[in-house]
Design a protein around this ligand. Structure first.
Ligand code: NAP
Length: 317
């Protein structure tokens, strides 16, 4: 029997699988095979974004899986994200309709603001659209039934607080960089206090991140960082539990009550990253793993520097 992921319940009652497939930097050809392998292995959540330029291939893979009766639409949970030029005033609903067309879907299960900072079409200029206005647009697409849940990504606590203060649809999910060497306790506590579920991205330390270029040709700067897959405490727990270092890092986040979306384009790793349900990491083991006390953001998102809604402005000082 195929294993299945546990669920995390969003504040509106929608059930989100706790484990999904990440697809950043998966080319259309790669992602088609990856999504099929993942769904056949038991994954039900696929995480994409307009910025990943692979929604069309994911749509084709989903359609084929549904046509082949491997899965139904209702069993799947599809997340996509509006890029910074799609959250500028008046842009969100057409952007989501465009993503839906590519994905061949009537609705997405979760629609996220990929970043809090709006920019113009070619990303050459900041657009001064406060997060309250961005959130108003998310409220609109949620109420129009185009997304079963809405959330944010790379927003800081203060920005999320301002979205909540609008009194519109609550923020259902916050997707943030979160891994053993960037554990984000403050953000997780804030989200818990406001009934917002958290999804960790980069749970494996995002070893492939350095290959990325933004659509405008900008190659982001990457903070140098040690590999979490080689952390001595991770290796020790992996050996003890007869699991791989990747599985320990993934389960570390899951056992903190978070959703995870590890990315791979290799079938063996896709399966490995889903073989997580026959062991757990205790609170004591979590504390042991965190003993190194490293807290190092890898994704600096430097394209937002100087933007009035740069979420990391305080950290950059
Ligand atoms: P990640 O999942 O931490 O790491 C993915 C990298 O690890 C890939 O290079 C992959 O290579 C490799 N890998 C996968 N499984 C492995 C295993 N079992 N052992 C060793 N290496 C393994 O990093 P991520 O892709 O940056 O983050 C995950 C997902 O989160 C993304 O794909 C995307 O969907 C989402 N994300 C969101 C944001 C945001 O701003 N909201 C930012 C970044 C990512 P192969 O593919 O070659 O196997």
């Amino acid at each position: 029997m195929t294993a299945s992921s546990p669920f995390i319940t969003l504040s509106n009652g929608v059930k989100m699988p706790a484990v999904g497939l990440g697809t950043w930097q998966s080319s259309p050809e790669e992602v088609m095979a990856a999504v099929k392998a993942a769904v056949k292995a038991g994954y039900r959540l696929i995480d994409t974004a307009a910025l990943y330029f692979n929604e069309e291939a994911i749509g084709t893979a989903i359609k084929e899986l549904i046509d082949e009766k491997v899965v139904t639409r209702e069993e799947l949970f599809i997340t996509t994200k509006a890029w910074s030029n799609e959250i500028a005033p008046g842009k969100l609903e057409p952007a989501l309709r465009n993503s839906l067309k590519k994905l061949q879907l009537e609705y997405v299960d979760l629609y996220l603001a990929h970043m809090p900072a709006a920019v113009n079409e070619d990303m050459s200029k900041a657009v001064n659209s406060p997060v309250e206005d961005v959130w108003r647009q998310f409220d609109g697409v949620y109420k129009a039934g185009l997304a079963k849940a809405v959330g944010v990504s790379n927003w800081n606590n203060e920005q999320i607080g301002r979205a909540l203060a609008t009194g519109l649809t609550p923020v259902h999910n916050s997707q943030v960089e979160l891994h053993l060497y960037f554990p984000q306790h403050e953000h997780v506590d804030f989200c818990k206090a406001h009934n917002i579920t958290v999804t960790s991205f980069g749970t494996l330390g995002s070893p492939g991140r350095v290959n990325f270029t933004l659509p405008n040709g900008h190659k982001p700067e990457w903070a140098p960082a040690p590999s979490e897959l080689k952390d001595p405490n991770v290796l020790a727990i992996a050996e003890e539990k007869k699991k791989t270092p990747a599985q320990v890092l993934l389960r570390y986040a899951m056992d903190r009550g978070l959703a995870i979306i590890p990315k791979s384009v290799h079938e063996n790793r896709i399966k490995e990253n889903f073989e997580l349900f026959d062991f757990s990491i205790s609170q004591e083991e979590i504390a042991k793993l965190e003993k190194s006390k490293i807290s190092q953001r890898l994704f600096l998102q430097d394209f937002m520097i100087g933007h009035p809604e740069d979420p990391f402005a305080d950290e950059r000082k």
